[in-house]
Design a protein around this ligand. Structure first.
Ligand code: APR
Length: 218
């Protein structure tokens, strides 16, 4: 007899490159992936105009609009497909392609075209603009907010990530340590699969809408 899991109240969802694969954005480590540390920001920024959110992005946006409890969507992705689908309770822990950051004054500015090295900052005028992306060895954004949300959640869901890169790969253990239920939705088994209460394998475009429908039905 399977005991139905209690209805969650506070949810944290982690997404990775796999959720954007069905929109035509290559992953990093999967077949045909970009490979680790591949500097692609100008290419990827330009490609954003040619791709659109898929059913998985849209389902998470529907969850955001309807969920009465706390919800935080933490993405490792630098594309803007979650926003374009309508998600608002969202953190880009690795930064955003559509943003530039001044290395001197710290002000962010919107960016759609290529970003030449040391471009002038629209705020302070210094030639110090850089991509607003967290590169290997740099500290991801909003870690305090993310960890606080995981410590307060009772359901942690991971979608389309290989679990190969920390600190995101360690979130599952924090969630388990605070007693949250944990669910993985991924095409293949990930490096963290063994830590999840449940892993459902398949394309995000199918698994995520089905999971959202379930959780909203209560
Ligand atoms: N649906 C669900 N999962 C998918 C799909 C799909 N259609 N396609 C691929 N996947 C899964 C793969 O099985 C793999 O586990 O998505 C995962 C993609 O893994 P990676 O390419 O390693 O991407 P990610 O985990 O997001 O990488 C983490 O590494 O290179 C850095 O900063 C970069 O944010 C990135 C971080």
């Amino acid at each position: 007899m399977t005991v139905a899991a209690p209805r969650p109240t506070n949810i944290v969802v982690l997404t990775g490159a796999g959720i954007s694969a069905e929109s035509g954005i290559a992953t990093f480590r999967g077949p045909g992936g970009l490979g680790e540390g591949h500097r692609v920001d100008d290419e990827r920024r330009a490609a954003l105009a040619t791709v659109a959110p898929n059913a998985a992005h849209r389902a998470l946006a529907a969850l955001d609009a309807a969920w009465p409890g706390d919800l935080l969507l933490v993405t490792q992705n630098v594309d803007d497909l979650h926003e374009r689908a309508g998600s608002h309770r969202l953190v880009h822990m690795h930064g955003e392609l559509r943003s530039a950051l001044c290395a001197l004054c710290g002000v962010r500015s919107e960016r759609s075209g290529a970003l030449p090295p040391a471009a002038p900052c629209p705020n302070c005028g210094e030639d110090a603009l850089r991509p607003d992306i967290v590169f290997f060895g740099e500290m991801p954004y909003q870690m305090g907010r993310i960890e606080a949300a995981i410590e307060a959640c009772d359901l942690f869901v991971s979608i389309g990530t290989s679990g190969a890169v920390y600190p995101a790969a360690g979130f599952i253990r924090l969630a388990s340590a605070v007693g949250a239920a944990t669910l993985e939705l991924n095409l293949d088994r990930s490096e963290g699969s063994g830590f999840f209460d449940e892993s459902r394998l398949g394309p995000a475009g199918e698994l995520v809408p089905a999971w959202v429908a379930d959780v909203l039905a209560g």
